[in-house]
Each structure stands twice: as C-alpha cells, then as structure tokens.
Design a protein around this ligand. Structure first.
Ligand code: GLY
Length: 399
C-alpha cells in the first residue's frame, strides 16, 4: 500500500452506502481510528464514517505524550488519567507497528520544561511543586544543567524541570499506521459525515447513523468520536452529548538536520510569560506550538500567531530561526467543559461516547480504546477512565 505523508492511499474508503456493521464509529481522527482498530481486533465488524479519515486535530498536533510536563492545577483526576494513558503507550506503539508494518516514531526522549526569566521560573517552580505533590517523576535543574541536556538553549535560560518519562510519537506516522492497521483488520470506511443518530421508534436504542450525503449506516452500536463536531450530531435527546467546542491551535513545522538535530528531546518553555513547545523528530523536523484560542471553527493561520510562537521559541532556542519554515497550520481541539473526555455509554442503548479529549487526544487514544472495548464487553474498563463517563455530574467548567 502506498503512503503519502503518513496516510495510506487506498480504495478502502467509499462514498457508497455501506452495508450494516456491528459498530459505526463517527469520526476517523485518532480516537475514532484507535477505537475502530481495537474493536476490529476484538472481532467486531466496524465502519468508520469520516470524509477525510486520518486528518483532524491529531494531524496538526505535535504528538507529545507528556502528562507530567502538561500537568495543570485543579485537574488532579485528569492527571491520573493521563498518567495511566501514558503507561499504555509503549505496548500500544509496539502492537500498532506490528499490525501496520511501519514505524510510528515513538521516542522515549523525555521532556525539558525551561524558563527564560525569573517570572517564568516562578511558574516552573509552582509546576514542580504540583508534580511532586502528585508523586510524578520530575527533577529541578539549574540553567546550566538544562544546557548540558540541550546545548541549543539560550545561555540565559534560568532553570527548568526534567520529566524523563514524558515522551512523544510522530503524529502523522501514527495516523497513517492507524489507517493501515484498520484496513488490514477489516475496518470499512465511508467517506461522509455522520449527521444524525437514528433510534428505534420508542427512542430506546440506536439503529444506526444517517449520513450527510444521504442514506443510513445500520449499526447496533454507534461510537461518537467526532471531536469538536460531536455536539453537532442530531437525533439524540438534549444533554446526552455534552457541549464539545473547537479550541484552535496554530502550529508550525520547521525543517532541520537529521544528522545534527537542534534538539534531542521535547522542550516546553515559558518565555516572558508566553508558553510554547518544541518537539524534535528524528528526521530533523521540529514541531513548534501552539496557540490556544476560542475562535469557533476558524482554521485560518494568522501572521501574528506565527510571529508570537517564533518569538517565544527564539527566546529559548535562538537557533530555531535558522530552520526552514515548512508548514503553518491550525487544528481544532475538542474542548470539553472541564478539559476532560467523556468516554462510555450515554443515553439510548447502543450509543457510546469517546469525545472531548481536548489537548490529550493522542495521549489518551489507547486507554480510550481499551475503555470502549471494555464497555462493549470485550475487556475490562480501565479504572482510571471510570470517572470520565458521560453521565458524570462534576464536569463543571474550568475557570
Ligand atoms: N497537547 C498539545 C496542545 O494541545 O497544544
């Protein structure tokens, strides 16, 4: 099978009305594809509904698997979930590479969090306190120690944190491998959008999904994995699908040398109050992100955002401006009211949600798929996911 920039070109997607499936998965992003592949491995017939499977937010993302350096105050339960999610990644990566026959660029490289000035260092030290309170592995480093690990850092770097267990995966290789594994595993695809959940006349159970282009895909189970579009699905009683909104992230891809890479590990930084991250790939590419913007479904790239990301990155890693600007792109994260996902059965029988992963879609894809297969009776539901069911009552907005 040929692969174009990580995505297999295949005749496996179809515009025609598909036959019935045990499970219809609405959304072919990282969550939908991972769920589909795992359900197929568990013996289910699965059909993924997506006009452009393998794209979406995870295509734009950086692929950080970083629960320690991305920990946030007030999100202790979510942090426990992300730590549990990260623990699954090593085995998951090996299984996926085996199934797809390709590398996904999973790198156990660790992450460095650095500060440009004394105000930034105060923020970093508060983060370290939170990490240690939660028993996470994180070590305080001086500026000099940071530069020993990453010589490309500015000599002025004030200090930082080393999180040796925060890793990364090449998101585009990942998406290509998931598509290949799905196709090899017998998952079918329909190149359309799920418009509506179709229920029995009494509304008690799911019978399929109506497609935007016409026709119904019959399925006894429908998994909603439509990312920031999940709440747009019609047909279910109000409140069954929680409010999921698009949160824009603008990201740059910069080209560098594979033989003399600028960085050896992920560097997250705060530069005079502005946060950024730099994620180095083995081929020398550096992914630089990201903005966090409430702008609805807007995916335009703005010069000001590119400037601000480059300015913050250059304050920390001056050599960044020597790299080639390969790509600027914006993605839409599926934001939930409390930044945490909703995973599990919801409303009518046969409806399952796997959405709202916000900034953690790639990190949480394996544990989400385990949870969905567990809910559907093919395994155990991971304990860490049990607090994130759709019916939870504590999903109050983060202020
Ligand atoms: N997890 C990285 C981001 O959302 O930008």
């Amino acid at each position: 099978m040929s692969v174009v920039r990580g995505i297999p070109s295949s005749s496996a997607t179809s515009k025609q009305s598909p036959g019935p499936a045990d499970v219809a998965v609405i959304g072919g992003g990282v969550i939908g594809l991972t769920v589909a592949w795992r359900l197929a491995v568990a013996g289910r017939s699965v059909c993924v509904v997506d006009p452009t499977p393998g794209r979406g937010a995870a295509w734009v993302a950086a692929g950080m698997l970083a629960p320690v350096s991305e920990a946030h105050f007030g999100e202790e339960a979510l942090i426990a979930l992300t730590v549990a999610g990260a623990e699954r990644w090593s085995v998951f990566a090996a299984e996926l590479e085996e199934a797809a026959g390709t590398s996904i660029g999973y790198r156990r490289c660790g992450t460095l969090v650095v500060a440009a000035d004394s105000g930034d260092l105060a923020v970093v030290e508060e983060l370290l306190k939170l990490q240690h309170t939660l028993g996470l592995t994180a070590e305080r480093l001086t500026g000099g120690e940071c530069r020993q690990l990453e010589p490309a850092l500015t000599p002025g770097v004030r200090g930082g944190i080393h999180a040796p267990k925060d890793h990364q995966v090449d998101n585009r290789l990942l998406m290509g491998a998931l598509l290949t594994a799905c196709i090899r595993g017998g998952v079918s695809f329909v190149a359309d959008e799920g418009a509506e959940i179709v229920l029995t006349a009494d509304g008690a159970r799911v019978v399929g999904t109506r497609l935007t282009g016409g026709g119904i895909l019959a399925a006894g189970t429908v998994v909603v994995a439509a990312g920031c579009r999940s709440s747009l699905l019609a047909g279910v009683p109000e409140g069954v699908i929680p409010p999921i909104r698009p949160v824009k992230g603008q990201v740059l891809r910069l080209g560098g040398s594979a033989t003399a890479p600028l960085l050896g590990r992920t560097v997250r930084g705060i530069a005079h109050g502005d946060a950024c991250y730099l994620v180095p790939r083995l081929d020398g590419t550096v992914v630089l992100g990201a903005t966090v913007e409430e702008r609805g479904y807007d995916t335009t790239v703005q010069a000001g955002a590119v400037y601000e990301l480059l300015r913050a990155a250059r304050s920390l890693v001056p050599g960044i401006t020597e790299l080639t600007l390969l790509e600027t792109r914006a993605g839409l994260r599926p934001g939930s009211p409390d930044n945490a996902p909703f995973v599990g059965p919801a409303g009518p029988d046969g409806l399952v949600l796997a959405t709202g992963h916000y900034r953690n879609g790639i990190l949480l894809a394996p544990i989400t798929a385990d949870a969905v297969t567990g809910w559907l009776g093919h395994g155990a539901v991971p304990e860490a996911m049990s607090r994130f069911t759709p019916g939870r009552t504590d999903a109050t907005p983060v202020l």
